[in-house]
Design a binder for this molecule. Sequence first.
Ligand SMILES: *[C@@H]1O[C@H](CO)[C@@H](O)[C@H](O)[C@H]1NC(C)=O
Ligand SMILES: *[C@@H]1O[C@H](CO)[C@@H](O)[C@H](O)[C@H]1NC(C)=O
Ligand SMILES: *[C@@H]1O[C@H](CO)[C@@H](O)[C@H](O)[C@H]1NC(C)=O
Ligand SMILES: *[C@@H]1O[C@H](CO)[C@@H](O)[C@H](O)[C@H]1NC(C)=O
Ligand SMILES: *[C@@H]1O[C@H](CO)[C@@H](O)[C@H](O)[C@H]1NC(C)=O
Ligand SMILES: *[C@@H]1O[C@H](CO)[C@@H](O)[C@H](O)[C@H]1NC(C)=O
Ligand SMILES: *[C@@H]1O[C@H](CO)[C@@H](O)[C@H](O)[C@H]1NC(C)=O
Ligand SMILES: [Cu+2]
Length: 179
Amino acid sequence: MGFTFAYRLMLVVAAASLLGVSQANKDWGSSKSNYTGRGWGWGWNSTNNHPMNETESEGPQKIIVGGAENWHFGFNYSDWAFQNAPFYFNDTLVFKYDPPSNGTFPHSVYLFPDRWSYMNCNLKRAKMIANATQGGGDGFEFVLNKWRPFYFACGEHDGIHCKLGGMKFMVAPLFRWHY
Ligand SMILES: *[C@@H]1O[C@H](CO)[C@@H](O)[C@H](O)[C@H]1NC(C)=O
Ligand SMILES: *[C@@H]1O[C@H](CO)[C@@H](O)[C@H](O)[C@H]1NC(C)=O
Ligand SMILES: *[C@@H]1O[C@H](CO)[C@@H](O)[C@H](O)[C@H]1NC(C)=O
Ligand SMILES: *[C@@H]1O[C@H](CO)[C@@H](O)[C@H](O)[C@H]1NC(C)=O
Ligand SMILES: *[C@@H]1O[C@H](CO)[C@@H](O)[C@H](O)[C@H]1NC(C)=O
Ligand SMILES: *[C@@H]1O[C@H](CO)[C@@H](O)[C@H](O)[C@H]1NC(C)=O
Ligand SMILES: *[C@@H]1O[C@H](CO)[C@@H](O)[C@H](O)[C@H]1NC(C)=O
Ligand SMILES: [Cu+2]
């Protein structure tokens, strides 16, 4: 069952990147002569046929986990990750959450070592990468700088936030060949 789910997630990620390509195709069709190469991955300026400056093409991005929702209980972050895929090597994920106070749940960020722990929200071997206070202010930043899947979750309440609160998602960074 765990396998099936992860497999579906992979398909979903693959589908999302295909979607990205067809989107780029559409853009290309609608403004041929002004097309800058953004989205295709080649980084060529089609007007003068020169490679675009690095600053003009897409470099690593900073992505706020959950977007305007930030990092909280009761939001489907797997779905968010699906909607916002793909993520690229060296992209930064920003986790923003309120520090503990009256009336708010504390949160945190954990990294699971494997898919099984992730599927089961088993925190035993998970590593805390941000505690309850580190999501305040500009948030906690995590760079996707390894060629492996990253399994994130909130570690609060013995895995309840992970299990029932939707606070878990997987990201497998892709190679960004847009430079
Ligand atoms: C290209 O951009 C110029 C200036 O923004 C605009 O006037 C022109 O219509 C555009 N051409 C196409 C084919 O979109
Ligand atoms: C592409 O080249 C043209 C002509 O040199 C230039 O005006 C335009 O700003 C360039 N576009 C980008 C995105 O670099
Ligand atoms: C490309 O980068 C160089 C060096 O940073 C800069 O001088 C030049 O103006 C840039 N070109 C464009 C089109 O922005
Ligand atoms: C969250 O979204 C994923 C992907 O869209 C979906 O498969 C899953 O069933 C959702 N989980 C919940 C608890 O709604
Ligand atoms: C990722 O970032 C590091 C540090 O800035 C840099 O040395 C490395 O070349 C980057 N790797 C890729 C694939 O962009
Ligand atoms: C929470 O509220 C109680 C009672 O109002 C107060 O004594 C306590 O200091 C508050 N704690 C925090 C972290 O604000
Ligand atoms: C959380 O981590 C920060 C930075 O490492 C540290 O300063 C702070 O004391 C920690 N807070 C708790 C509640 O452990
Ligand atoms: Cu939480």
